[in-house]
Design a protein around this ligand. Structure first.
Ligand SMILES: Cc1cc2nc3c(=O)[nH]c(=O)nc-3n(C[C@H](O)[C@H](O)[C@H](O)COP(=O)(O)OP(=O)(O)OC[C@H]3O[C@@H](n4cnc5c(N)ncnc54)[C@H](O)[C@@H]3O)c2cc1C
Length: 330
């Protein structure tokens, strides 16, 4: 039996979505030892792509915008590296807005790019966090732990609260109240393979402000799929009301509701995914939350799109902010 002392790393990051990977890139660039863990099989979190046969779908985030100068610089670098490109600036009947970018070939490519030189452990869930005053002991499933000087948690906030409830963090009621104010809407996503091209006009996407369908896009026109392949997102209201219904039934219903938008092409096959925490509807005021600041515990920062803005860019900015906070306190 080995009697060597356990390895202690600088930072464990829970979540290999945009926030977690953005934080990891910044911290490891500073020479810190970082491990990212995620319960999912692949990196990206809510950037998610799926195949049905040869058809390819982005079924989580569909595009991203770049509003801050620092994020624009980052996007330009992704474009140069070939993992992102501008998809469109406006769709029929809508005035020009911010350019919409997409990952190439799918949104997940950006996450894979960010994960390239990082230590990322997938299919591993953080079960419990305990500290001994100096270090965090992150209990993992299955039966292992990582010991670190600091932790960044990037899961959707209700999941973060559940996780913190299990260890010895003992949050104050003020902190719990602050975090419970963060709410999310759910989203039922349908992925449908078509037998013929859709009638969606270029750029192959439509966002709708009213009704049960919030978004429809043709992944073939987008450039992600070799075959006509629709992503249909139900509205927050429809998704909440129908989240626990039989997914196959809801999928069929959404396809028929979307039918006037994509034409008469027969649907060969479809799958349905339910995002319980799709986008935050209320967010925190800070870009990341150094939760340990007022508590007797080693550094613990919360990050994600619930902090620096409820979208792709917000998740990246929050990850960067979390890295800054860790760098300052370690
Ligand atoms: C359907 C949908 C459509 C969207 N459309 C757009 C869009 O068009 N444009 C846009 O800008 N944004 C969009 N978004 C939002 C965007 O996807 C998110 O803002 C962003 O991806 C959030 O990144 P994140 O890193 O904060 O969180 P996440 O991507 O959720 O990452 C958190 C990670 O933590 C992991 N995790 C959670 N708990 C644990 C645990 N206990 N142990 C280990 N790992 C754990 C999860 O598996 C996940 O990978 C959309 C989201 C959805 C779902």
């Amino acid at each position: 039996m080995s009697n060597s002392s356990p390895q202690i790393i600088d930072t464990v990051i829970i979540g290999s979505g945009l926030a977690g990977l953005s934080a990891a890139s910044r911290l490891s660039a500073q020479g810190l030892s970082v491990t990212v863990i995620d319960k999912g099989r692949g990196v990206g979190g809510r950037l998610a792509a799926r195949r049905i046969g040869d058809a390819v779908f982005d079924h989580g985030a569909q595009f991203f915008t770049a509003r801050s100068e620092q994020f624009k610089t980052c996007v330009n670098q992704w474009i140069k590296s070939g993992v992102a490109e501008q998809w469109y600036q406006s769709y029929p009947g809508q005035p020009n807005g911010h350019p919409r970018y997409r990952g190439v070939p799918t949104m997940v490519s950006v996450a894979k790019y960010l994960a390239k030189d990082q230590t990322v452990i997938q299919s591993t869930r953080a079960l419990e966090l305990n500290h001994d005053g100096c270090h965090w002991i992150v209990k993992l499933e299955p039966e292992e732990s990582i010991i670190a000087r600091s932790v960044i948690i990037t899961s959707p906030v209700p999941q973060t609260l559940d996780l913190l409830d299990k260890g010895n963090s003992q949050l104050t009621s003020g902190i719990v109240d602050r975090l419970q104010k963060i709410q999310y809407e759910s989203c039922i996503a349908v992925m449908a393979v078509l037998d013929a091209p859709s009638t969606l006009e270029d750029p192959g996407a439509l966002a709708l402000d009213e009704g049960p369908i919030a978004w429809i896009s043709d992944n073939h026109k987008k450039g992600a799929s070799p075959l006509p392949a629709l992503t249909i997102h139900a509205s927050g209201e429809f998704s909440q009301a129908n989240f626990n219904r039989d997914r196959n039934e809801v999928g069929k219903e959404l396809i028929e509701l979307a039918r006037p938008l994509f034409g008469s092409a027969p649907v060969n096959d479809f799958q349905v995914h339910g995002w319980l925490y799709s986008k935050p509807t209320t967010t925190d005021d800070e870009a990341s939350f150094l939760l340990s600041a007022s508590l007797k515990m080693p550094p613990l920062v919360l990050a994600g799109d619930a902090f620096a803005g409820p979208r792709f860019e917000g998740a990246v900015l929050s990850g960067w902010s979390a890295a800054e906070q860790i760098k300052d306190v370690l």
